[in-house]
Ligand binder design. Sequence first.
Ligand code: XIL
Length: 359
Amino acid sequence: MRLSRRALLASTLALAACDRPIGATAAAQTPPKGSAPALRDLAPYPFGTQLISTELDTPIIAELAARHFDQVNTGFELKMEYIVQPDGRLRFEGGDRLAAFCRANGQAIHAHTLVWYADTPDWFARLDGSRRAMEAAYDGYVREVAGRYAGRVRAWDVVNEPVTDEGSDLRDSLWSRNLGQDGHFIRAFELAHEADPNAILFTNDYNLESNPTKRRTFLNLVERMMNRGVPIGGIGTQCHVSVDLPAGALTTALRDIASLGLPVHVSEFDCSLVPDGIFRGSQREREADQIRLYEEALESYAALPARQQYGFTVWGVRDAESWLRRTDYGGDPSDRPLLFDDLGQPKPVFWAVAEALRG
Ligand code: XIL
């Protein structure tokens, strides 16, 4: 049975992420300055990318990230898998490096993520079954990490991916088992708000455009938390889409998600040309479909009320570093889901995005 990318991701996260290879170091070709408009100047809302701090060692990535994006999602170094050491000590070099880069480039930080079912370092897993000890460790972690970046991040993904893949239920996790399904969610949001009152606090999930059941379960959770006075300030929809997503699905999903009235973050947008490892149609046809989906996403996002346009984040800079290339969790090395090619050159989809942002 072919495990889904998600299942492989969840099972190999702590290993795969640590020694994440950076794509082939391309000849550091710097794009001709005037040739590609800065997307951050075209977007009427924060236009973001995802960065891992080690990518800043590749000059072309750092240059493109600074030039085109005014928000950075911390794809790895503000997760437990990076921060929590085997002896329980916390490390922040990666997160601090990204924070310094963003400060230098006038970029906001969307911090990702305090609590995730897929991220359960041994330091916490060893407490499974000891409610009091888990409460103390969990509360201490959220307070310390959110507190450390208080005033330096625009927002946090507080609880990531709370709904099952199938979509009818909330996930069973180390956190929900020990602290309660609602309990672990409420604690994390309340403690994060206490530690950083100005940060916008999100919950974030995926396949909301392709699985209406999952979207409904997710929105019911958000609504229930809002009604309980939990300080939830935004909804993240990851939008890891593939070219086989039917036209209109993104539009319907964004409209539905926005119906709760909260700011909406398209938080991890990429568009795979190889849905579940299957090549359907010619490369040209798939690239045309990819452009269509980027355009639909941006057009439906622009149709939201301005107060709900928190930001639109593309999940990476160059194809070479995309998580969708990682075979260790179900990716395809030939995939080309992003705006810049392996050498950092703008692709046809970049120009389509620039036009869509121009409105
Ligand atoms: C991925 C990152 O892109 C990788 O660099 C890391 O090795 C594993 O996690 N949904 C999420 C993100 O919320 O945290 C995942 O990011 C992709 C799926």
